[in-house]
Every structure is written in structure tokens, then in C-alpha cells.
Write a protein that binds this ligand. Structure first.
Ligand code: GLN
Length: 610
């Protein structure tokens, strides 16, 4: 199937194809012999998909595109400081083969001009005989295949490369190179003669875009801590004395070579490669530059392109009056949450939390902090949290707590560095909770502790005082209670399993139970939690169906069970009792449904109505 990317690539290719400006590099005799009109264009994504146009499998010598790669190897071998002591990172505005050092620092101005590149080659670790093989392996790791060398081009340059030898000896005389400069120059000639296709080059660029790891092989070609520096010098110096125009019109870190290749990188996104051997006066491929300009425009790749200003990372925000937890509540608690639930606010964040998104989210939370007692910051949809964002969130929590407000994070993936505490919100160590529901329950408890002084869930109830019986007369209760079966379960035990037949209507006398389902990946999700004074198991008892979910005792549990047989028998022996019980059950079912429906509205509709 032809994609939009294929179409754009083909259009750019067509627009550049007839441009025959420029000439072959002829100062290396062998390069003057290559077919001048070969042309190809490749784009590789940071996850390794390659789009190609033209003859993308033609091999050519990498030439100066080797410079950032060897510089990266020198950084890895010697460390950034040792390399910086020998090679600066200032754009020179000079031709690539200028025989010059910075007059003040007496160092090569950058690793993209030959003086810097020969110095970088001299810094590659290993015995002289092994160093080239290390370089070749390193480039191969970028490309994801074993690369070879063009011996003719190497021999040709080695025979005629007097200017580079002059640079090598100059570096030796200034003490930048301390060993035999001929070795460093020879290594440099060899690295320039390594052959690549434009497909290879696009994958090498994609490897840099992917922070140094080849997306197809998973091999690390360059440690992430050095990628930024390599891309920096490509940005400021990669296109030699045309670097300024390149940044303005293409806006990508890039490197060209006199073999006609150009490689450009959009960090985190894609790598681009063009091969077309005719060069302009700077030594850059004419169609390479043109194609990169066109591609950058068509694909909107300029790295300083401002798509939109950073938006807040807040996806939605609501109070616990609008969306409640799955903890079933007493009538008084429900009323208190409806009246005072706006004192606890949830902020759901999403996307990558970098500086700008975190800053505006934290600012919004702080702006509303006076109106709340509890804040939940939900990070479960956040992909990545930068160090500075982590610091800002920790600071937000400290500030809120200093103002006497409670703050909890939902952070199942541990973005904040703290391990999320267990499913049981009662053990809220550090108040980093594994799921939004536990956090909602925690926020509700903050509100209820302040605003609901009566009618809270009791520690325990006696069977006769259970709210299910509140509509019965005392004598009716007195004759029913002795017929209930009182059972106890230790905390952590499973009371019933999904599909089990009904044990009856279970009246909770003390303790807590949760209905849970196990997801496809094995994680357990809580559906509802019930506590003393509540009932469960009505549906299977009334309909004769099996349980829809597992039911587990969260704590030691005491139940009084009205068995299915007893319930059926009441129809004959005490129909008025049965009717009163059913009225109570129906009323409670509708209240629960009401709570669920309100919550759906606040947390975001499941179905959008056009
Ligand atoms: N080997 C070539 C040289 O140093 C590489 C130059 C280049 O590609 N710009 O002359």
C-alpha cells in the first residue's frame, strides 16, 4: 500500500531529480570516477521503518559523515572532558579541510572539520592495528549490518591526501596528537572509505534519533549520554561553512560527505539520508541539500518549528462530589459527599510530563488549593516524567501539606520513584496509590472525617440492628434473626468465586469485602468494596444465577447469611417480611446505580453523543 510518506518522498525525489548542478569531488582521484547522477532518498523512523525512493541500495563511501560517529566513539572511549581538552565545539565558518587551529585555544575548532576529525580518530582506544576494526564495528552497529570498505578509494586518498597529512603534522606539532600523526591520518582515511547505502545511512541517522540504539537490532551504537553532544556538533558544524543557511532552511542536525551522502536527524523521530554525488562549493551534495530542504518543509521537521505552545498536562479535573469511589457508602456519607465533596479534587494528568506541562499543571492545582482539603494527582496516564517535573510534583505535595491540605498521587508505574502502596487504601504509606479508585476513596475519607460526624460506616453491627431490617417490625426481626447463619472468614480469604452458586444475601456484621475481577494481564481490579451494615450477593440469590465476580475478605469478616432456601420459604411463611426486604434491596440498588451514572459523567463519557 502506498502511504502518504511514500508519496511525499516520491514528490521530493521528482522535484530534485533533474537538478544536475555541482561537480564531483576530484581531489580524491577515485571519487571523480563514480557515476555522477545516482540519486536516492531514504527516511527511517526512530522505530526502524524505512521509506525509500531511488537507488537506495547503491554503495558509496561515507567520507565525512564518519566524523560524528568517530567523535562519538572517542567520547565513549575517553570521556567528554578528555575529548573537550583536545577538540572544541565552535563552528568554524571555514572549509572542511582548512589547515587551522583556534588561535586562542590552539585546538581544532570542532570535530566536523578535518583537524578535529583526525584528532578524534587519534583518540579511539586500542592498538593501532585494532582501531580501524573498532571503528568499522561501531559504524556497523549504527547501520545494523556489517559494513565494508572501498579499498580503491582508500588507496587513492592515502596516495594523494597531502593536505590531511599536513593537518596531522600540525596537530602533532601543537601537541594535540601525541603519537605518530601518520597513524591517525591513515585511520581517518580508512574510516572515510567505509561504504554505506542511503538505506544504511538513514538507519544510522535513526539510531541517533533513537538515542544511540539501532531500532532494528536493539544494539547500542552510542551511549545516550553522548548522543546529545554528537547531535549538537552536527547542528552547529555539520554542514561546514554552510551551517547557518542549513539551520535556517532545513533545521536538523546533519552531516555531509564528499561521497555525496547527507545524513540528517530529527531527535526522537526520524533519520534522513540522501545520496547524490554532485557537490556544491562547500563540498555538500547539491541534491542532498535540496532534498533535505524540501523534506523538512513537507514533513514539518525543522527542529525549531513551534507547532503549538505547550499545553497543560491536565486531562480532566473533578471533585469527589462528582465522581465517587467504589467504596459503598451509607446514606449519611453519600449526603455528606454530595454536599462537601467539592473539598477534594482530582487532577488527571496525561502525556509526557516535561517542564512546561508540569509547570502549568502545578500552577493550576496551586491556584485552586485554597478551596480544597484534599488533592489527588493521578499520573496513571502519564508516559514519562522528567527529573524537573518530578521535583515540581514533590514540591507541590510539600506546599499543600504545609498549608494543611492532604495530597496523594496515583502512580502505579512508580514515575515518582516511590513504590505505590497496596490495594488497601488504609495502608496509604507516602500516599502513593496504585489506582484512581483507592485515591478517590482516600480523598472521600478526608472529606468525611471533616464533614460527616454521624452515620459513618460502623465498626460492627448486630444482626438485629442491620440496616436491611430497618423497615421490619421488632417482632419480625426477632423471629428472623435466629434463622440466619453467622459465619466468619479470616482476612485475605476468598468468600465466593465467580460462577459459584448463591450462598444467600450476606449481611456484613463487621469487616470489609471487595468484589474483584482479574484482567487479561493477571492484575486484580476492585469493583466495589462493602463494609459493616451493607449486604452483598443479592443478585445471585434473587435470580439464581452465579456470582459475576470473586468476592474476597479484605479484613477479618463476620457475616449473617439469609440463605436462598430461607428467602424462598419467607414467601410462604412471612410474605410481608419478604416484601419489606425486597423494597429495601430495590431502593439500595437504585441508589448505587445513580452514583455510578453520576461518576461516569464526571470522569469522562464512555460514549460521545454527536
Ligand atoms: N576524506 C575526505 C577528506 O578529508 C572527507 C571530506 C569530506 O567528506 N568532506 O578530504
Amino acid at each position: 500500500m502506498r502511504t502518504v510518506v511514500d508519496t511525499i518522498l516520491a514528490e521530493v525525489f521528482e522535484r530534485c531529480r533533474d537538478n544536475r548542478d555541482g561537480t564531483l569531488a576530484d581531489y580524491i582521484p577515485e571519487l571523480a570516477e563514480v557515476p555522477p547522477d545516482t540519486f536516492s532518498l531514504c527516511v527511517a523512523t526512530a522505530d526502524g521503518h524505512v521509506y525509500e525512493a531511488g537507488s537506495s541500495d547503491v554503495e558509496f563511501t561515507i567520507q565525512s559523515i564518519s566524523k560524528p560517529l568517530t567523535y562519538g566513539l572517542a567520547l565513549a572511549d575517553r570521556g567528554a572532558d578528555a575529548v573537550a581538552a583536545k577538540i572544541d565545539v565552535e563552528p568554524s565558518g571555514e572549509p572542511f579541510n582548512e589547515i587551522s587551529l583556534d588561535p586562542v585555544t590552539e585546538r581544532p575548532r570542532n570535530p566536523m572539520i578535518n583537524a578535529g576529525a583526525i584528532t578524534a580518530a587519534s583518540l579511539v582506544a586500542g592498538e593501532p592495528a585494532d582501531r580501524f576494526e573498532r571503528i568499522r564495528r561501531c559504524y556497523s552497529a549504527y547501520a545494523g549490518r556489517d559494513l565494508g570498505i572501498d579499498h580503491d578509494v582508500y588507496a587513492s586518498e592515502a596516495r594523494t591526501g597531502h593536505r590531511n597529512r599536513a593537518i596531522g603534522h600540525m596537530l602533532r606539532s601543537f601537541g594535540i596528537i601525541t603519537d605518530d600523526p601518520e597513524d591517525a591520518v591513515d585511520l581517518y582515511f580508512r574510516q572515510c572509505s567505509i561504504t554505506v547505502t542511503s538505506r544504511d545511512l538513514a538507519l544510522m541517522a535513526a539510531t541517533l534519533a533513537n538515542n544511540g540504539t539501532n531500532p532494528l537490532t536493539g544494539d547500542c551504537a552510542l551511549a545516550p549520554e553522548h548522543v546529545e553532544r554528537v547531535l549538537s556538533v552536527m547542528t552547529s558544524c555539520g554542514m561546514y561553512d554552510a551551517a547557518g543557511d542549513w539551520i535556517a532552511r532545513v533545521g536538523l542536525p546533519a552531516k555531509s560527505g564528499v561521497g555525496g551522502g547527507v545524513m540528517a536527524v530529527l531527535p526522537g523521530q526520524i533519520g534522513i539520508a540522501v545520496h547524490s554525488p554532485r557537490l556544491d562549493a562547500h563540498g555538500n551534495s547539491v541534491r542532498g541539500v535540496q532534498a533535505c530542504r524540501e523534506l523538512s518543509k513537507a514533513l514539518e521537521l525543522h527542529f525549531l518549528h513551534v507547532g503549538r505552545a505547550a499545553r497543560s498536562a491536565i486531562r480532566s479535573s473533578y471533585t469527589v462530589a462528582q465522581a465517587t469511589s467504589r467504596q459503598r457508602r451509607t446514606d449519611d456519607e453519600r449526603a455528606a459527599l454530595a454536599a462537601h465533596g467539592d473539598r477534594a479534587r482530582v487532577y488527571e494528568l496525561h502525556g509526557d510530563l516535561l517542564f512546561a506541562g508540569a509547570e502549568s499543571a502545578v500552577r493550576s492545582v496551586e491556584a485552586q488549593s485554597e478551596t480544597v482539603d484534599a488533592v489527588v494527582v493521578d499520573l496513571h496516564r502519564v508516559d514519562e516524567v522528567s527529573d524537573v517535573a518530578r521535583r515540581m510534583l514533590a514540591n507541590l505535595r510539600d506546599n499543600l501539606e504545609a498549608q494543611g491540605r492532604a495530597c496523594a498521587f496515583v502512580d502505579p508505574e512508580g514515575h515518582l520513584g516511590a513504590v505505590a502502596s497496596s490495594v488497601d487504601p488504609a495502608t496509604r504509606s507516602g500516599r502513593v496509590l496504585v489506582d484512581l479508585d483507592s485515591a478517590l476513596e482516600w480523598a472521600e475519607s478526608v472529606v468525611l472525617d471533616r464533614h460527616c460526624l454521624v452515620g459513618r460506616v460502623p465498626e460492627s453491627v448486630e444482626p438485629a440492628a442491620h440496616p436491611l431490617f430497618s423497615a421490619l417490625r421488632t417482632d419480625q426481626v426477632a423471629s428472623l434473626v435466629p434463622r440466619l447463619a453467622v459465619v466468619e472468614y479470616p482476612g485475605g480469604t476468598t468468600v465466593v468465586r465467580r460462577g459459584d452458586p448463591a450462598i444467600g444475601i450476606a449481611l456484613i456484621l463487621s469487616g470489609r469485602v471487595s468484589t474483584t475481577v482479574t484482567g487479561p494481564n493477571g492484575t486484580t481490579h476492585r469493583i466495589t468494596t462493602f463494609a459493616a451494615g451493607m449486604t452483598f450477593g443479592e443478585l445471585p440469590t434473587l435470580t439464581g444465577s452465579g456470582y459475576l465476580a470473586d468476592i474476597r475478605a479484605d479484613t477479618p469478616l463476620r457475616l449473617a447469611v439469609l440463605t436462598p432456601e430461607l428467602f424462598a420459604e419467607l414467601g410462604a411463611s412471612a410474605p410481608d417480611v419478604k416484601v419489606a426486604l425486597l423494597e429495601r434491596l430495590t431502593e439500595s440498588a437504585y441508589k448505587q446505580l445513580d452514583t455510578v451514572i453520576r461518576g461516569l459523567g464526571a470522569k469522562g463519557p464512555i460514549l460521545a453523543v454527536p
